[in-house]
Design a protein around this ligand. Structure first.
Ligand SMILES: [Zn+2]
Length: 86
């Protein structure tokens, strides 16, 4: 097999056109956006602004939740310390 021979590539494409087209049309589910994306477009979709914005929002929510949990933890620890002293 000669991988960078244009004639070979063309022949391969002509021979496998339908199979390649079907592979490209296959849908992949994006768990982040809860959307169906073609397999062919998935790498590009992963860098799209719509996808990235959702990831950013999720990260911010996660940070906020973690900060809140940490604050609750500290408050509980403080209360326990106070209760032990009494
Ligand atoms: Zn996505």
């Amino acid at each position: 097999m000669v991988s960078n021979d244009p004639a070979y590539a063309k022949a391969y494409y002509e021979k496998n056109k339908k199979r390649i087209a079907n592979l490209m049309k296959q849908k992949v589910h994006c768990d982040v956006c809860d959307k169906e994306v073609t397999k062919h477009n998935y790498p590009r979709h992963k860098t799209s602004s719509a996808h990235m914005n959702i990831i950013k929002e999720q990260q911010q929510e996660k940070f906020q939740k973690e900060a809140l949990l940490e604050a609750v933890d500290r408050a509980v620890a403080k209360a326990l310390k106070k209760a032990k002293k009494m």
